[in-house]
Design a protein around this ligand. Structure first.
Ligand code: CO
Length: 470
């Protein structure tokens, strides 16, 4: 590349989604977001990731907020900046496969309410599970970004990434994201990977990583030098640790180079100033655990995402077998191999982790098998990059015949049923989608919303009767 050629790197700002999901248990409220978005809108970000992932569930469940209302408010404030969401393929924002009609309707409503870019991924990188969402995004004139879950293992050669990148382009993606949820991508590996992807595809390449293992900002530097077009960063008060590299730091890193973003550092400093008290309060209340801000080298050692490690500890604690931690860490790669070597990301990370714990505490491998392990071995999550271990598969599913088609091909349309079930609570079209994904949580939210409305009506009536005494 000629050094004189300008090629500003684009930045996705994640503070309104991944950063607070990773550091603050997804608890940032719309009220905390709104006062700063006018300033954020002036930065010139490629996009602001602000919706999807766990934010939808957390809004309904913990914040008693309507996620759709949040999206509309953000859209009203971000007049110049594209809004981005994270979408779990055929699982949408949930943990099961949904019928195509639900996936299509969710995409349609997300775009109608303000989303510009939909980042779509599948935990097995089975691209058949992305088809419906990508096609629906194309149809609604949204930007379909396909994210590949990054992982290490025998199957994941540079040829694998190059080949799947090509297939993604053919499928109708507008850009490609490498989703390194565990922070496994080291700087020189990123250089090789980006070069290989650029050979496989002409799509813009976005790199998404987490700081968990401490290498992330170096990884971005090498990736950008190799031709990576977009990087995901978070404003410094909610950066580093299990979150992303800091936006201001990356902006200054590229200042005066061909990759210069041109962003105004004083403006970024003002935005950081706004978020700092939110960090301080979260540290004081314990919502932000200082532990997650450090470097977790176990991530690189065992190639296991940080969140999965803490789950293992609590599962072992519950069983009173904390001394088996090391055994479980060693069992995880073996289970992963038996299960076709999938990436470890929701929900495959939970399935592999739980199975490893059961194998260790029961003292016999696959003696105890949770139903999700059965589902994976039945092909109900889709196809893994390598075949399942045939002996393990037989032990788990017996003589049952596994499916080989796209799992959603076997699911009948579901919307009419969901419409009927939530009819009594429905106040807007989107309510059926909240209900489809999280029935119990949505119902509870709808009841809360009605109670609030009754309270407001009552207060208005009281005020009126006072104003006009009879
Ligand atoms: Co992430």
């Amino acid at each position: 590349m000629a050094d004189t050629q300008k090629k500003p790197v684009k930045i996705v700002e994640t503070i309104l989604r991944d950063a607070h999901q990773s550091l603050l248990a997804t608890r940032m409220s719309t009220e905390q977001m709104l006062p700063i978005i006018e300033k954020m809108d002036k930065v010139g970000y490629h996009s602001v990731e602000c919706w999807g992932g766990a934010t939808f569930d957390a809004s309904l469940r913990f914040l008693k907020e309507d996620p759709w209302e949040r999206l509309r408010k953000l859209k009203a404030g971000f007049k110049n900046t594209k809004l981005q969401m994270l979408f779990r393929g055929q699982n949408i924002l949930g943990y099961n496969h949904y019928a195509d009609d639900v996936v299509e309707y969710f995409v349609q409503k997300s775009i109608a309410n303000g989303i510009d870019i939909i980042r779509i991924f599948d935990c097995l990188n089975d691209i058949r599970n992305l088809e419906t969402a990508v096609k629906a995004t194309n149809r609604e004139k949204g930007h379909a970004q396909i994210a590949l879950s990054y992982t290490l293992g025998d199957a994941y050669t540079l040829d694998y990434w190059k080949d799947i990148a090509k297939r993604i382009e053919d499928m109708g993606a507008d850009s490609l994201c490498i989703k390194d949820m565990a922070g496994l991508l080291t700087p020189y590996a990123a250089d090789e990977l980006v070069h290989a992807l650029k050979e496989g595809t002409s799509l813009p390449i976005d790199l998404h990583t987490h700081y968990t293992s401490g290498v992330a900002s170096m990884t971005y530097l090498k990736a950008v030098e190799a031709g990576c077009d977009i990087i995901d960063c978070a404003m410094s008060p909610l950066a580093l640790g299990t979150s992303q590299p800091a936006t201001e730091v990356m902006v200054e890193t590229f200042r005066g180079t061909p990759y210069d973003t041109g962003y105004d550092l004083s403006l970024l400093a003002e935005i950081a100033e706004y978020f700092r008290p939110i960090r301080e309060e979260a540290l004081a209340s314990g919502l932000l655990n200082p532990k997650v801000l450090g470097v977790n080298i176990k991530t690189l050692q065992y190639q296991v995402p940080g969140g999965m490690l803490s789950n293992l500890v609590s599962q072992l604690k519950e069983a009173g077998q904390e001394d088996k931690y090391q055994d479980v860490l060693e069992e995880i790669p073996r289970v992963r191999k038996d299960f076709g070597e999938p990436p470890l990301v929701t929900p495959s990370s939970q399935i592999v982790g739980t199975q490893a714990v059961m194998n260790v505490i029961s003292g016999e491998r696959y003696k105890l098998v949770p139903k999700e392990s059965k589902k994976i071995m039945m092909g109900e999550f889709g196809q893994t990059v390598k075949p399942f271990d045939p002996v393990v598969q037989r032990k788990i599913i017996g003589d049952a015949e596994p499916i080989t088609c796209r799992p959603a091909d076997l699911i009948e349309p579901e919307l009419p049923k969901f419409e009927k079930e939530c009819a009594q609570w429905k106040q807007q079209d989107e309510d059926v989608l909240s209900y489809a994904l999280f029935p119990a949580v949505a119902k509870e939210f709808f009841q809360y919303r009605e109670a609030q409305q009754t309270k407001i009506d009552q207060a208005a009536a009281d005020k009126e009767s006072k104003a006009y005494p009879v």
